[in-house]
Design a protein around this ligand. Structure first.
Ligand SMILES: Nc1ncnc2c1ncn2[C@@H]1O[C@H](COP(=O)(O)OP(=O)(O)OP(=O)(O)O)[C@@H](O)[C@H]1O
Length: 253
């Protein structure tokens, strides 16, 4: 990893347990400012738990540094105010509120001018929801709900977006569209994000770096070049399947 690049997020030795044994075992990673990184792995590998711990939604051991500040003991609300914004799996929009009201929820504490400016930006990225502002959010399609959830997070002016499986439950064409928009937002807004994905090839299009988790361990690490190469793809598949015993060591491609 290029140590000179500025890491907005640094996680060291993150360990998380729900009951007896840990489900995340001493994970370390860093996300550089202005880049998208991904946590890959099969069901139950510990991806969501890691993301939730970074957001402050699960108690964990280890260190979470944000912009050089140790936020490990901070509540989720305090991390949110610092700019760490989490978009949960399953989207969690408020079905009974309109699309416009859901957007307002994302920037509840901002002044009207900031809110208006951000709303304009969000609607530019997601014209699908721009035409549906007065509809109850529950009537939107799955893809539109995902766009709304991302839009709502952008309304908060995130410095770091934590995206839990934005492709979940979406048809391939919609997944491609959501990822296209994320790429446009990243380019235009210089967004920093950490996302969770099960699909390697979906994440590989956007991410500059990825970690493959397996049974709560980092089983492999891939940089941008490896993410886009056939060899890197094979390496990730091996790590998913545990074909190589790389547990505990970051594998540089
Ligand atoms: N609230 C919870 N209470 C107890 N165990 C949990 C809880 N949440 C997750 N787990 C367990 O922790 C492990 C890691 O789950 P996690 O959701 O982080 O994995 P994941 O890689 O995100 O998988 P998925 O893609 O299926 O969401 C799994 O064995 C899961 O059953």
């Amino acid at each position: 990893m290029n140590e000179r690049a500025r890491q907005l997020l640094r996680v060291d030795g993150l360990t998380l347990r729900y009951g007896a044994g840990p489900v995340v075992h001493g994970i370390s990673l860093g996300v550089e400012q202005g880049t998208v990184a991904a946590l890959l792995g099969a069901n139950g590998a510990g991806k969501s738990s890691t993301l939730r711990a970074i957001a402050g939604l699960e108690p964990a051991q280890g260190r979470v540094l944000f912009d050089g500040r140790d936020v490990s003991g901070w509540s989720a609300a305090r991390r949110f105010r610092l700019g760490i914004v989490y978009v949960p799996e399953g989207r969690a929009i408020v079905a009974d509120l309109t699309v416009a009201e859901n957007l307002i929820l994302g920037s509840y504490y901002e002044d009207a001018r900031t809110r208006g400016r951000r709303r304009e930006m969000v609607l530019e990225f997601f014209p699908e929801i721009a035409n549906r502002l007065k509809s109850p959010a529950g009537l939107l399609s799955g893809g539109e709900q995902q766009m709304l959830a991302i839009g709502r997070a952008l309304m908060a002016g995130p410095r770091l977006l934590l995206l839990d499986e934005p492709s979940l439950g979406l048809a391939p064409l919609l997944v491609a569209r959501v990822y296209e928009r994320l790429a446009a937002i990243q380019k235009d807004q210089n967004l920093t994000a950490l996302l969770v994905e099960q699909s390697f090839h979906v994440a590989a299009r956007l991410a500059a770096r990825a970690w493959v988790l397996r049974h709560g361990h980092v089983a492999g690490e891939l940089d941008a070049e490896a993410l886009r190469s056939r060899e890197g793809r094979q390496r990730a598949i091996d790590a998913y399947l545990g074909a190589r015993q790389e547990t505990g060591h970051a594998v540089h491609a």
